[in-house]
Design a protein around this ligand. Structure first.
Ligand code: ADP
Length: 494
């Protein structure tokens, strides 16, 4: 069992939810990028402090080595260590509280020339040979260490170079600084700050995305809740709305304008069509009822049947016009072929001759050889409608139909000396079901679909329909179509 009521459409949100939301996708892109960026920043911040501390530790040894080196002189091929402040506390004592510095100067044969006295108080295992020379400059200085007297010491060995040859070495050592714990703590603090920053920034991004998407959700909810019953409602665009939101809202509003217009046109069309069929049907029903009320003569039945035939003929024309209009509105491609416009017009005029003669109208036709690309049945229908109208709305004078070629275009002109059209009606002529007040009060039958059909047919052929009219003097309708080259095999018409 299916329900046939016209309930609101199922929400499109559900089917769309299989794809991740914009917010989630934004977070999944921004999240890792932010994490990597913050992590790098944290590592850099930690590394900068680490390098600064290592450098300052090495700097202390370097300054000491510089001082000692400045006091070393070469006398007769041997090195002599001068008046360095060997008696300072940090050279005499090994107690960490005095920040001891252990200094040794070696000659080129690695023999100790001079050593600070605090070395003796460390241990007998203190190296008596120079340790491996350290590099003079490191971007990230590493501290070379050794153990002596139960202490971890870091050191610096620098060659004493005079006249291009290594004459000896200065070796300076110092207890390993105790900033590892501080560095570890700094690392933890940094990690916490980075994590907090990451969480905070992600929250800001999520909030911003929600804020940006809020108008979109509003517009989606509005579009979802809009039905054919409230097509007149529009999305309010606040002054503060950003450019994209305002653009989207205006676009949706524009779409609703067009939809409302189409719905209105459709409603009017349906009601006009129903009305157009209902009126003659009621009349027909009345005639049939009267005819059936009592038995009548054969002549009476005949005249009723003739009336029915005429009325039914009009209705069939109306229904045919409606069907053709609907087919053309669906926009299906026309299957065109070369059409000799003049010949086509001549054929169609034949049927109008008798009606013109009945009204004593002169019906003349002049045609040149003009070919157009078109669908013959539709073009015939258009010509028929124009000529029928001309005859219908003309009481005396003539109807003149011409086919000419002007500037590469085929022009089919239908002129009459009839009642004409009031200036204010001219823009409406060709609208569906439009009939001028004069046409409606005149005894002429009509549905107001004839010209609408002509216009639609001409549009479908890529042409234009022009009208000029003077009330009381007559009207002129032009169908202008692109002229086509004459086919070589077919016979030229006109
Ligand atoms: P109808 O069935 O009323 O003839 P049409 O669509 O053919 O419908 O024409 C629409 C209206 O245009 C007519 O009702 C009439 O008012 C006006 N009209 C069309 N052709 C002519 C004409 N040749 N002379 C005067 N009025 C015309």
């Amino acid at each position: 069992m299916i329900e046939l009521t016209n309930d609101a459409d199922p929400s499109i949100g559900d089917s769309a939810s299989t794809r991740p939301s914009f917010r989630r996708r934004l977070l999944s892109v921004v999240g890792p990028a932010l994490a990597i960026g913050l992590l790098l920043l944290g590592v850099l911040a930690w590394g900068a402090v680490y390098v600064a501390l290592q450098r300052s530790a090495v700097e202390v040894l370097r300054a000491e080595a510089n001082e000692i080196e400045a006091d070393i002189v070469q006398v007769g091929g041997t090195l002599q260590v001068g008046g360095h402040a060997w008696s300072e506390v940090h050279h005499r004592l090994a107690d960490p509280r005095v920040d001891p510095v252990f200094v040794q100067v070696f000659d080129r044969n690695n023999r100790v020339l001079r050593a600070s006295t605090n070395i003796d108080s460390l241990s007998a295992l203190y190296p008596e040979q120079p340790l491996a020379p350290t590099t003079p400059y490191d971007w990230i200085p590493t501290l070379r260490t050794f153990e002596a007297g139960g202490q971890s010491l870091y050191y610096l060995v620098r060659p004493i170079v005079q006249e291009g040859t290594t004459q000896g070495y200065v070796q300076v050592a110092r207890p390993l600084p105790t900033y590892e714990a501080a560095l570890a703590q700094y690392g933890i603090v940094l990690a916490v700050v980075v994590a907090l920053l990451f969480g905070g920034l992600m929250a800001v991004v999520a909030w911003a995305a929600t804020r940006v998407l809020r108008p979109l959700r509003r517009i989606t909810a509005f579009a979802e809740s809009t039905t054919s019953a409230d097509l007149d409602e529009r999305i309010a665009v606040p002054d503060a709305a950003d450019h994209e939101t305002a653009l989207l809202a205006r676009t949706v509003n524009g779409l609703l304008d067009r939809l409302e217009e189409s719905f209105e046109a459709l409603r009017t069309f349906t009601s006009n069509a129903a009305h157009e069929l209902q009126t003659p049907l009621t009349v027909l029903q009345g005639h049939v009822e009267i005819a059936l009320r009592r038995s009548r003569s054969t002549e009476s039945y005949e005249s009723t049947l003739q009336l029915l035939d005429r009325k039914l003929g009009n209705m069939v024309r109306t229904v045919r016009a409606l069907l053709t209009l609907t087919r053309l509105d669906q926009g299906e491609e026309l299957s065109t072929e070369p059409v000799a416009l003049g010949a086509l017009v001549r054929d169609e005029i034949e049927s109008a001759q008798s009606r013109a003669a009945e009204k004593n109208l002169e019906l003349c036709i002049e045609t040149e050889k003009v070919w157009v690309d078109g669908q013959p049945d539709l073009l015939r229908e258009a010509v028929q409608n124009l000529v029928d109208n001309a005859v219908k709305y003309t009481e005396e004078g003539r109807v003149r139909v011409t086919v000419t070629e002007e500037d590469g275009r085929g022009v089919l002109r239908c002129q009459d000396t009839g009642m004409g059209i009031e200036a204010e009606d001219l823009p409406h002529v060709g609208g569906r079901f439009f009939r001028s007040a004069e046409a409606s009060t005149a005894e002429s039958e009509g549905s107001g679909l004839g010209l609408a059909l002509v216009r639609r047919i001409v549009e479908a052929h890529g042409g234009t329909l022009r009208v000029a009219s003077t009330p009381g003097e007559g009207s002129q309708f032009d169908i202008v179509l692109a002229a086509a080259p004459a086919p070589t095999t077919a016979e030229a018409g006109g």
